[in-house]
Ligand binder design. Sequence first.
Ligand SMILES: NC(=O)c1ccc[n+]([C@@H]2O[C@H](COP(=O)([O-])OP(=O)(O)OC[C@H]3O[C@@H](n4cnc5c(N)ncnc54)[C@H](OP(=O)(O)O)[C@@H]3O)[C@@H](O)[C@H]2O)c1
Length: 264
Amino acid sequence: MSKKIAIIGGGNLGSAIAEGLLKSKFCKASDIIITKRNTATLKGLGDRGVMVSSDNSEAVRRSEVVILAVKPYQVSEVLNSFKKQLNSKHILVSVVTGVLIKDLESAIVKKLPVCRAMPNTAIAIQQSMTCLSFNNAAADHIDLVNRLFSTLGKVAVINENLMDAATVLGACGTAYAMRYIRANIQGGIEIGFDAVTANLIAAQTVKGAAELLLEKGSHPEQEIDKVTTPKGCTIAGLNEMEHQGFSSSLIKGIATSYNKIVKG
Ligand SMILES: NC(=O)c1ccc[n+]([C@@H]2O[C@H](COP(=O)([O-])OP(=O)(O)OC[C@H]3O[C@@H](n4cnc5c(N)ncnc54)[C@H](OP(=O)(O)O)[C@@H]3O)[C@@H](O)[C@H]2O)c1
């Protein structure tokens, strides 16, 4: 990839994106410029050849792909710090939660390709689920951003009106999965395992279950059928979980998170 990438806001997410790009060899370290006001925390990336700066406009001037990774309340001020440097060579990619493409476009006051991306925290280990929405982007822009985030996990291109839903299912989803795993650990300890072993068994079992779906493209119920024998222990446990409202509580939780975003 010959295009230079500026990451504006080298915090948790911005640094994780830089780390992932380096590990996947998507681009050379010298093709990444990452900024924040206090650059001391970016020393590790700097030592590996990434350009570290506190000058947003210089970073944007030197790049073609601009990834905005600041907090939502910082967007307006930060865009103001570099919008003069934006021109037709750029694509703006925002990972900022809740800021609409139209608001980004009106803040930069220029007609540029804009992408909104919603990754999750597994981006730190290149296992993110990232949903992307584009406006004004040509096929080569879409392909470029798709390839970039594909080095950091899986990607789905969606309509922007599904971005709140993507936030719930893809980003909040990490927390829901953690609670599910934690409950398994608690149950595992009750039936005899120490906490460390229960953690390993619960996490690897969930990882394996997810990989079965991703690799085989099967439906969860097909995989459940393979585990449930008539009158067996799996179906007895599963049915008890359903009597206690397992699926219903998850669906209601997802809807509650979604309503919290859209209705406040
Ligand atoms: N974490 C996630 O998994 C995740 C997932 C999806 C979306 N998001 C979104 O991604 C964004 C970033 O999240 P985060 O967790 O990475 O937040 P964060 O750790 O607070 O990172 C934001 C960074 O922006 C820097 N910054 C602030 N003002 C700046 C300026 N004027 N110029 C350059 N850099 C500046 C801050 O560093 P200084 O104070 O040193 O400048 C800070 O390190 C948020 O909008 C969040 O909603 C996060």
